[in-house]
Design a protein around this ligand. Structure first.
Ligand code: FMN
Length: 325
């Protein structure tokens, strides 16, 4: 298992897929890496649920398909849950453990998890130090700009993290209360870069490799995570894609989508495979004029075979050279 420093991983491949709950499972991570993403991070796994034997958490912890370095992200609010959960994920194949300190969802923050960890910096320092001591792989955190406008403490949290031995930080610079509103304030990323010596990854509103380079130039960050823009467009990580002409792009896209659907079918039980295919095919179809109608049609399909056929026939109308079969 590679135990390479994060700085080296980022130098080699600075732009990578961001973790997204119910999307960045093993099949999509593999697809993103094949398209050119650097190391990936799985969707958040609740430490308590993992320790309690929750089936979904266990399913999310699979790394079998990861042919690159994978970070496993944990949600939690205590040493008692995060330490054993991190150890279990390392045993299961995680190359890096990431602690989620940015999730803004009310039911998560009300339990003191996700972005709530940014509120009590001293308590979070104790948790991170304990996890750091318990695992022998890199430990990273993913933070927001702060809890809210009154507490924009990304720099304080980043300094604390460096002090307790965290190896790298990702910053989505909106505060918890901003959720996804407005433009991501990249200057917060620059402030964090200036405050610590460990590698910082910037995140927020990046939709192309050119924008990722612009974020690195503007903020000095060592890497960039791309989230929403990579849903339905994993080829955005591939520099070569940009140079392809229209027909070749369509063929490339169709082969990526077909491979992704095969991986989903091979990896999940039938019901989950059907749901995952619907979600991702809807993303592949997003941006089209008829995206809403296509989404409704996809979600009405009873089987993976019917889904593939529906999507392929829609693609055939639009792009004569593309096929999913
Ligand atoms: C559907 C969805 C699920 C997300 N799930 C997670 C998650 O599990 N862990 C996490 O750290 N961030 C999560 N995020 C936040 C993203 O990783 C990222 O920080 C955010 O989308 C901003 O980046 P973007 O503008 O490139 O999308 C999620 C975002 C979306 C849209």
């Amino acid at each position: 298992m590679p135990r390479r420093p994060i700085a080296e991983l980022l130098r080699q491949s600075p732009v990578r897929l961001a973790p997204m709950a119910s999307f960045t499972n093993a099949p999509f991570r593999r697809i993103a890496v094949r398209c050119g993403s650097g190391f990936t991070t799985n969707e958040e796994i609740d430490a308590e649920a993992l320790l309690a034997g929750n089936a979904w958490a266990a399913e999310s912890a699979h790394t079998d398909l990861d042919d690159g370095v994978v970070a496993m992200q944990l949600l939690g609010n205590s040493t008692e849950t995060l330490v054993p959960a991190a150890a279990r994920l390392v045993e299961a194949g995680a190359d890096i453990i990431d602690i989620n300190m940015g999730c803004p969802v009310p039911k998560i923050v009300h339990r003191g998890k996700g972005a709530a960890l940014m509120r009590d910096v001293a308590a979070t320092a104790r948790i991170l130090a304990a996890v750091r001591a318990a695992i022998d792989v890199p430990l990273t955190i993913k933070i927001r700009g702060g809890w809210d406008e009154c507490q924009p403490n990304a720099v304080e949290v980043a300094r604390m993290a460096e002090d307790v031995g965290v190896d790298a930080i990702t910053v989505h610079p909106r505060t918890r209360s901003q959720r996804f509103g407005g433009q991501a304030p990249w200057d917060v990323i620059a402030d964090v870069v200036a405050a610590v010596t460990i590698p910082v990854t910037g995140n927020g509103d990046v939709t192309s490799l050119a924008e990722a380079r612009a974020m690195m130039d503007a903020t000095g960050c060592a890497g960039v995570m791309v989230g929403r823009a990579a849903l339905g467009r994993p080829w955005l990580f591939d520099e070569a894609y940009e140079r392809l002409d229209g027909a070749r792009r369509a063929d490339y896209e169709a082969s990526v989508i077909a491979e992704h659907m095969d991986l989903i079918e091979d990896s999940f039980a039938p019901r989950l495979a059907l749901l995952q295919m619907k979600k991702h095919l809807a993303q592949y179809g997003a941006g089209r004029q008829d995206a809403r109608a296509l989404r409704a049609e996809l979600f009405a399909q009873p089987s993976t075979a019917a889904l593939r056929a529906t999507f392929a026939s829609q693609q055939a109308h639009r792009r004569p050279s593309a096929s999913l079969q």
